[in-house]
Design a protein around this ligand. Structure first.
Ligand code: GLY
Ligand code: MN
Ligand code: MN
Length: 437
């Protein structure tokens, strides 16, 4: 992503901030996996959004109107010995030249410099509560300034949650962001196709997961956006199943919920298909209901509709489908009003999608569902999960199905970014038949 894209985002935030204000945003801490091994580093999404800078131990400061530069980046100093062990560091020069900071200081000087930057400001924008260790520093700097107030120093009067303004900005994707999301979507589509081609009775769930990872990496996506769910048979009825360690059985379905992350942007796709390449009649009947519900929900994604309309559309089709199958008895409106579908559909139809798979952004404004607007990206992911309670005919037992796509709201309606992943019964069966020998 270009330097100027990040500059534009910082400018938009500063435009929202008002006079005599300062924003302070630390990057995420390193997470230890075990003893000398850390998890691969992933920047805090807000931090990456505003800086594009992906080194740990860094803090962004924005001071609109500051004469000596509005954007200050604290980061690690260059250190040849450390770089030989742990890799390249941009240092202060790199922060300015490559990342567009107006000023940059060593992170070790934060304690000396930041109180001076806070002094004299009216308002501090900060993501209080996200990083307890950094919160402590912030409180101590602010308290220090308060104590110094007696000697005439001016301490900030107001602390505003930076989270809210940033979430609003991030909810609307720029064309550069949509481009990155298209790439994540394309890598994920290819991964799902590869998984369908690979799957057969006797394979293990983790073998299928390996195919997904292979395709993600081949597209330059070094990590999934979230742990992949690869659940055969009854595991498909566990919403967040990530053990992925069972053997796939003939006549079972396989539910895969997996998406790649590209330049910190997520895709989030679910496909459900028969392990042996051919749906049974019972599986097909349930599958078609979920697919019809998903299409009805996608049709409800357009500017002017509110957030809950796709969910309502899905619930109506799912409930009618459950009546048709004999799994629910009664009147459609009444069953919907009673939430009777929840025995088989216990989650919502989607969420915002972006740098976080469950992305930031309010779903309601003043207690009303928010209207959809161009530039928002959401998932549409209805499902039906039939376990084995005594009152249900065994032919439906452990049919777990979810179909999930990523949808961009456009001026006239929407665009399904993940459309190329097969989901029609005939398309899935044809693709799998081709690859089975
Ligand atoms: N993969 C997480 C979700 O679908 O919400
Ligand atoms: Mn999702
Ligand atoms: Mn998902």
């Amino acid at each position: 992503m270009l330097k100027k894209e990040f500059a534009k985002r910082r400018q938009r935030l500063m435009d929202m901030m008002g006079e005599d204000s300062i924003a302070v945003l630390p990057n995420a801490p390193v997470a230890n996996r075990n003893r000398d091994v850390d998890y691969p580093y992933r920047s805090d999404s807000h931090f990456h959004y505003l800086t594009g800078f992906d080194e740990p131990e860094s803090v962004m400061v924005l001071i609109p109107g500051r004469e000596h530069g509005e954007y200050i980046l604290f980061c690690r100093e260059r250190d040849l010995e450390k770089e030989i062990w742990d890799g390249y560091r941009a240092g202060q020069e790199g922060a300015i030249e490559q990342f567009g900071a107006d000023d940059s200081y060593p992170i070790t000087d934060l304690d000396d410099i930041l109180p001076g930057l806070l002094e004299g400001k009216e308002t501090v924008y900060y993501t209080m509560g996200h990083q307890p260790a950094f919160d402590q520093h912030m409180v101590s700097w602010l308290n220090h300034l308060r104590q110094a107030a007696r000697s005439g120093k001016h301490s900030p009067h107001e602390i505003i949650d930076l989270e809210h303004s940033l979430s609003e900005l991030r909810l609307f994707k720029s064309s550069a962001e949509v481009k990155a999301m298209r790439h994540a979507a394309e890598a994920s589509v290819q991964a799902h196709i590869r998984a369908m081609q690979f799957t057969a009775p006797g394979k293990w769930e983790y073998e299928v997961e390996a195919e997904l990872v292979h395709e993600f990496m081949k597209h330059g996506c070094r990590s999934p956006a979230y742990p992949s769910i690869v659940g055969g048979g009854e595991n498909g009825c566990i919403l967040h199943y990530i053990e992925n360690n069972a053997k796939l059985k003939n006549n079972d379905l396989l539910l895969i919920d997996a998406g790649a992350e590209y330049q910190c942007y997520a895709a989030d796709i679910t496909r459900t298909f028969p392990v042996n390449g051919k749906f049974t009649d019972a599986q097909k009947a349930v599958y078609q209901i979920v697919l019809d519900a998903q299409k009805a929900a996608i049709a409800a994604v357009k500017p002017g509709n509110h957030w809950n309309q796709p969910h309502e559309a899905a619930v109506e089709v799912l409930t009618q489908g459950l009546i048709d199958l004999g799994l629910l008895q009664g009147n459609l409106e009444q069953l919907i009003a009673d939430n009777a579908y929840r025995e088989f559909y216990m989650h919502r139809t989607g969420h915002w999608l972006g740098m976080d798979v469950h992305d930031v952004g309010d779903y309601k404004i003043d207690d009303e569902w928010r209207l959809l607007e161009p530039g928002m990206v959401l998932t549409v992911e209805p499902g039906l999960y039939i376990r084995d309670p005594a009152h249900i005919d065994t032919k439906w037992h452990f049919i777990g199905i979810r179909i999930e796509d990523d949808v961009l709201v456009t001026k006239d309606g929407c665009e399904v970014l993940t459309e190329a992943a097969p989901k029609e019964v005939t398309d899935i069966e044809a693709l799998m038949a081709e690859s089975m020998h």
